[in-house]
Design a binder for this molecule. Structure first.
Ligand SMILES: Nc1nc2c(ncn2[C@@H]2O[C@H](COP(=O)(O)OP(=O)(O)OP(=O)(O)O)[C@@H](O)[C@H]2O)c(=O)[nH]1
Ligand SMILES: [Mg+2]
Length: 193
């Protein structure tokens, strides 16, 4: 059975914990504490260390789901979890301040994960804020990260099927890339020939 470690990143209130709760087939380990920043995200609690859940896709891929805290003051956890992960689900809520700017910022911060495996973006809370559109995000990312092709979807993290599709897209991308890397002769082999 293949195993993948996937990080859920994004600003405070984007829906990372909600998504992991929906996807996980085990009881989720949560580290919620009272939210003292209600002006940033109007909800009772916030993640202070990590979320952890697991799901098996198609009986063959075990996916370990890690959610990071959205608040920057807990970003020491980002560094720890970044090392372990192979891919990232970046969730950005469309009603955030400058949501496109936040998406670019997270892609900058976690660029290693793009190189290691793959990244997919889910824009959330579009029922609350319908714009900006997927096209607006794509245009901004093409300028900020012209070397990256990142799939962008709109999702509602409260809907399990939507999150499952997003996750399966990411895992398929990672596996395709792994296969390609295995097949392409490495530089040392070419030198030896
Ligand atoms: N209406 C609506 N609500 C949503 C949507 N996505 C998430 N939410 C709600 O927004 C809130 C998101 O909260 P969390 O899941 O705790 O967000 P988080 O990303 O884990 O936030 P931090 O841990 O604080 O960084 C929850 O109350 C969700 O029910 C959406 O698409 N539409
Ligand atoms: Mg959370």
């Amino acid at each position: 059975m293949a195993e993948h470690v996937i990080l859920f990143t994004g600003p405070m209130g984007a829906g990372k914990t909600t998504a992991i709760e929906k996807l996980s087939e085990i009881d989720v380990v949560r580290t919620e504490a009272a939210n003292t920043e209600r002006q940033v995200a109007d909800k009772a609690t916030t993640t202070v260390a990590l979320d952890y859940g697991e799901i098996v896709l198609d009986d063959q891929d075990k996916v370990r789901l890690y959610g990071i805290p959205g608040q920057r003051r807990f970003d020491f956890m980002w560094t720890i979890l970044k090392e372990r992960a192979k891919g990232m689900v970046l969730l950005v809520h469309n009603d955030a301040d400058d949501p496109i700017g936040r998406a670019v910022e997270y892609l900058d911060e976690f660029a290693d994960l793009y190189a290691k495996g793959g990244v997919v973006i889910g824009i959330t809370r579009i029922d609350i804020a319908p714009g900006p559109s997927v096209t607006d995000y794509a245009a901004a990312l093409a300028v900020a990260h012209p070397d990256k092709i990142v799939p962008i979807y709109t999702v509602d993290p409260r809907q399990r099927d939507q999150m499952r599709t997003l996750l399966m897209t990411l895992v398929a991308n990672i596996e395709t890339r792994d296969m390609f890397v295995e097949r392409v002769p490495q530089r040392e082999e070419l030198v030896a020939e």
